[in-house]
Design a protein around this ligand. Structure first.
Ligand code: SF4
Ligand code: SF4
Length: 74
């Protein structure tokens, strides 16, 4: 079974409006708002790649890049 592993949490700071939706919805408390109210990956090692943040961000500011442990990787 293919398992997703986090490669990078890409957050476009210029698109983030600091609404905090991603922070509230992340089941693993990976994300936090910094001093400028921008989302940052505070604990990327805890990310389970559920993509909730990517799907729910109203400004499309987050992209979850993953590697498959199995699969063709294309
Ligand atoms: S949901 Fe999007 S806009 Fe809102 S804080 Fe998170 S990254 Fe920023
Ligand atoms: S992919 Fe899931 S676990 Fe990872 S930061 Fe986004 S909401 Fe949190």
């Amino acid at each position: 079974m293919a398992k997703r592993r986090l490669r990078e949490l890409v957050i476009r700071r210029e698109w983030c409006k600091g609404c905090g939706i991603c922070v509230a919805l992340c089941p693993k408390q990976v994300l936090e708002l910094d001093g400028e109210d921008k989302s940052v990956p505070a604990r990327p090692e805890d990310c389970i790649c559920c993509r909730m943040c990517e799907l729910r961000c109203p400004d499309l500011a987050i992209t979850v890049l993953t590697d498959e442990e199995e699969g063709d990787g294309a």
